[in-house]
Structure formats: structure tokens, C-alpha cells
Design a binder for this molecule. Structure first.
Ligand code: NAD
Ligand code: UDP
Length: 323
């Protein structure tokens, strides 16, 4: 009999790709989403598929699911700074209350539980690159803390249910992931820069653009998630592409793809991490996972997707457009 997975945040950018991958791998998938930042359109390829069901549900409310469940993958959460600063209380709740409900669901069903944590739990890191044993440097009262601390709580809850109730758990710390399904208006740097370049607008570089990020293409990330789910253990795994770029280098990459662009500098957001790069030795060594898609290739695929969606009028100008 096919294994059955519950994917929260299944209508989101990463969650929808994960649902597609699990169905392709032979899983039955139940996606739960309240569409606060996701959209049904992301799951168009699975509509009517016999192995797939999408249910509208806020996972902060407890849920009982009929029948067996083999895995619960908790991806629901606003994820872009624009979204989680707009939805601060919702973000705290989905990282805390919802995580505990879903851990209870996993315990009742004897299912494996996987939490989508984040590189943000390292805050503005004082160690570089970041290894899983680094405890982080988070401002617990800054505006970003609604996301950082919710995810840190989610990790703590996951380990508590593992230790106290023996739930078979996984923690993945996702570093900046991008791909064609992101919303043009979601505020994160790759969709922001690409949609601005496509519209012939100046690229909004925050600060002097010397801050770094390491960008992972979504297909690579999803492959890492599946490997952790199937073969990992309860200790956290960093998943990300270790190739590190300043935001000005990202602008240059976009120029290689789309020709010369103008930039306009805007204030650096409070507590914006200065640098970020995953050490992925654990995922390489234990799971044989490392990202395959270089930034130049992933940006081209993302830009192509954006062009198609813009032409079809499917890109929301604002973040948070649901449904
Ligand atoms: P996204 O906003 O596209 O997806 C999040 C999904 O969760 C959306 O469909 C949203 O509607 C849903 N959701 C939010 N709150 C909910 C609730 N209470 N009940 C039901 N559904 C709810 O973001 P994404 O980039 O796909 O991120 C997915 C997950 O991966 C998040 O948990 C995020 O924290 C994590 N993550 C993403 C990145 C990244 O770079 N994309 C990096 C680190 C961690
Ligand atoms: N950024 C930028 N211009 C934008 C959006 C973001 O320069 O229009 C910068 C932002 O300050 C940060 C980096 O790009 O240093 C990555 O931001 P993003 O919101 O994508 O992710 P996060 O800060 O969560 O890593």
C-alpha cells in the first residue's frame, strides 16, 4: 500500500514542489493550507490526481485525519520577511501552536515528523560558514524574531516530542531557496530583482549590497528534503547551496542574464544578517546530497517562469494574495 504524507503549507512555493515530488515517488499526499501566502495555482499539476488531496485548513487549529499517516511534513509558515513582518502573530502561532498540534498528530499516528526550519535560527551569524552545531546569534526582541524564535521554538518542540514521546523526527534548516513558483511580489531578493528587471525598473538593493546569501534552487532543496525524510536522523541538517554571493554580485548575475540594469539603494532592514552560507558536510557525508543547479542556471529557469506567468497575468503585484 502507498505510504501517506501530510504536507502543511502544501500550496506554498516549496510545499507545492514537495507535494509533486512525493506523489511522483509513489506517496499519497494530503496537503493542508490556509492560503495566507500560498496559492492553489501552485498545485495545478496535481489537481484531480488520485494520489493527491488539498484541504483548506489553518494548521493552528487541531486536526484529526482519518486513516493511516506515515509522515507529517510541516512547511506551513510565512517565509519572506515581508510576509512574516505583515503576519507576525500568525507566524509565531504556526511555528509554535501548530507545530505542537502536528507533533501530536504524528505521535497518535506513529508517523515520522519533519519540520522545515531555517538558516534564520542562526540569526546574524558570528561563525561562518554555519555548521549545525552553531547556536546562533538572534535578537529575541527585534522585528525578525517572530520568525526566528518561532522556528527555534519549533525545533525545541520537535526535539521534546522526540525525547519524551519517541516520535521519529527530522529537522531541516533551509537556506535561501528560490525558483519559478515564487510570487513576484513576495519581497524576497530573487523574485524582487527578477521582476524589477523584467519590468525595466531599478533593482532595490538594501544597504550597500555587500551582505551575502547562498541561493539554492528549489529542485535541489526538495531532493535534500526527501533524503533527510527517508534516510536522516533526528539531529538537524543544513540544506542549501554553499555558493555565496553579495547582493551586488547577484545584480551582476542578473545582468549576465538580462542585460544592464539600474540599481537604487534603500535602507538595510533591521537585523538583516550580514552574511550567510551553509556548511553542508553532514548532508553530503550522510545522505550523498549536494546541490546540482548553479545560480546562473537557476536564475534563468526562474526568469523564464516569471516571464510566462507575467504574460499570463498570473503574477500578483502584492504578497499574500491567496486562493
Ligand atoms: P510560502 O509562503 O510560499 O509557503 C508557505 C505556505 O504555508 C503557504 O502556502 C501558506 O499559505 C501556508 N501557511 C502559512 N500559515 C499557515 C497556517 N496557519 N495554516 C495553513 N497553511 C499555512 O513560503 P516557502 O518559501 O515555500 O516556505 C515554506 C517553508 O520553508 C516555511 O516553513 C519556511 O519557513 C521554510 N523556509 C523557506 C525558505 C526559503 O528560502 N524559501 C528558507 C528557510 C525556510
Ligand atoms: N534584499 C535586497 N533587495 C530586496 C530584497 C532583499 O537587497 O528587494 C536583500 C536583503 O536585505 C537581504 C538579502 O537581500 O540582505 C536576502 O533577502 P531575502 O528577503 O530574500 O531573504 P532573507 O533576508 O530572509 O535571507
Amino acid at each position: 500500500m502507498a505510504r501517506r504524507a501530510v504536507v502543511t503549507g502544501g500550496a506554498g512555493f516549496i510545499g507545492s514542489s514537495l507535494c509533486e515530488r512525493l506523489v511522483a515517488d509513489g506517496w499519497q499526499v494530503l496537503a493542508l493550507d490556509n492560503f495566507c501566502t500560498g496559492r492553489r495555482l501552485n498545485l495545478a499539476s496535481l489537481e484531480g490526481h488520485p494520489a493527491f488531496e488539498l484541504r483548506s485548513h489553518d494548521v493552528c487549529d487541531p486536526i484529526d485525519i482519518d486513516g493511516p499517516v506515515d509522515a507529517v511534513l510541516h512547511f506551513a509558515s510565512p517565509a519572506s520577511p515581508f510576509d512574516y513582518l505583515t503576519l507576525p502573530v500568525e507566524t509565531l502561532r504556526v511555528g509554535s501552536v501548530a507545530t505542537m498540534h502536528l507533533l501530536e498528530l504524528a505521535r497518535r499516528k506513529g508517523a515520522r515528523f519533519l519540520i522545515a526550519s531555517t538558516s534564520e535560527i542562526y540569526g546574524d551569524p558570528l561563525e561562518h560558514p554555519q555548521r549545525e552545531n552553531y547556536f546562533g546569534n538572534v535578537n529575541s526582541i527585534g522585528p525578525r524574531s517572530v520568525y526566528d524564535e518561532a522556528k527555534r521554538f519549533a525545533e525545541a518542540a520537535t526535539m521534546a516530542w522526540h525525547r519524551k514521546h519517541g516520535v521519529d523526527t527530522r529537522i531541516i534548516r533551509i537556506f535561501n531557496t528560490y525558483g519559478p513558483r515564487m510570487k513576484a511580489g513576495d519581497g524576497r531578493v530573487v523574485p524582487a530583482f527578477l521582476s524589477q528587471a523584467l519590468r525595466g525598473e531599478a533593482l532595490t538593493v538594501f544597504g550597500d549590497g555587500s551582505q551575502t546569501r547562498s541561493f539554492c534552487f528549489v529542485d535541489d532543496l526538495v531532493d535534500g528534503v526527501v533524503r533527510v525524510l527517508e534516510r536522516g536522523d533526528a539531529q538537524p541538517y543544513n540544506l542549501g547551496n554553499p555558493a555565496e554571493f553579495t547582493m551586488l554580485e547577484l545584480v551582476r548575475e542578473i545582468e549576465k542574464l538580462m542585460g544592464t540594469v539600474q540599481c537604487v539603494h534603500m535602507p538595510l532592514p533591521i537585523d538583516d544578517p550580514t552574511r550567510r552560507k551553509p556548511d553542508i558536510a553532514r548532508a553530503i557525508g550522510e545522505l550523498g546530497w549536494s546541490p546540482l543547479v548553479p545560480l546562473s542556471v537557476g536564475l534563468r529557469r526562474t526568469a523564464d517562469g516569471f516571464r510566462t506567468r507575467m504574460a499570463a497575468g498570473q503574477h500578483s503585484a502584492q504578497s499574500g494574495a491567496g486562493g
